[in-house]
Design a protein around this ligand. Structure first.
Ligand code: 0O2
Length: 210
């Protein structure tokens, strides 16, 4: 019989494989797009596996007892991938391209760009099941994919730092400033998106396509 530690190891290993699989697919999409359309929709990708300690904390927060079986079932972001794009259109484009891949299963979509969180947080969150083929077993493994623009990313990392700096009790005026900044960044993203479209209308100048 396997020890609990071994089960956790397997749980985390499967998710590392799922992340690699997703990253390869995304790099292919990005490279092909560059060749066909002279534009990289993805600026960069960051990925992480949640630590066992963070998974256990999240399980407790959700009112579950701690086991890797419950983690596999209820913690959908053990494997997390963040895709940073230059433009809002690219965020939705990447999402559509992933949704079209026949062997991926989209099980949840939260559009915090269309409906930002009350604090101002914006991002598109997908939970995608990815096929992982191991030596003796093939399994669908969940990956949380967050897709956002650079502006949304800068905002989210500042908010994250602030949340921890003030131990989850951010003064009201800072909360208001943050929310205001999110709105300004949203407007900036919209402007940049429109500008990009206008520039790309100059079909006779493909070398400046962005
Ligand atoms: P970390 O450290 O990034 O891993 P659910 O899984 O649907 O039951 P959950 O997990 O709250 O509920 O889902 P949601 O809303 O999709 O958020 C998951 C992740 O999105 C968070 O993971 C953050 O990474 C990010 N996120 C969500 N809301 C905010 C926010 O207000 N500010 C910032 N900066 N990030 C946010 P973790 O596990 O909380 O943290």
């Amino acid at each position: 019989m396997q020890t609990q530690e071994t089960n956790w190891d397997i749980c985390l290993m499967k998710r590392r494989f799922a992340l690699r699989e997703m990253e390869t697919r995304l790099n292919i999409l990005n490279e092909e797009f560059k060749v066909m359309h002279q534009h990289n929709p993805i600026d960069h990708i960051v990925s992480r596996i949640k630590s066992q300690q963070a998974i256990e904390e999240k399980l407790r927060r959700k009112g579950f007892s701690v086991s890797e079986k419950l983690a596999e079932r209820y913690i959908r972001d053990i494997a997390g991938l963040r895709i940073i794009c230059s433009f809002t259109d690219d965020v939705y484009h990447i999402s559509r391209l992933l949704e079209q891949q026949a062997d991926l299963r989209l099980t949840q979509k939260k559009d915090y760009i269309e409906n930002p969180k009350p604090n101002g947080y914006q991002s598109l969150h997908l939970i995608i099941e990815v096929p992982v083929n191991r030596t003796t077993i093939s399994e669908m493994i969940q990956v949380e994919v967050q897709i956002r623009t650079m502006a949304m990313d800068v905002w989210a990392s500042l908010e994250h730092k602030m949340y921890y700096k003030f131990r989850h009790d951010v003064p009201k005026y800072l909360q208001n400033n943050l929310k205001e900044s999110a709105q300004i960044l949203y407007e900036l993203d919209e402007k940049m998106n429109t500008l990009k479209k206008e520039i790309n209308m100059f079909h006779d100048l493909p070398s400046i396509r962005i």
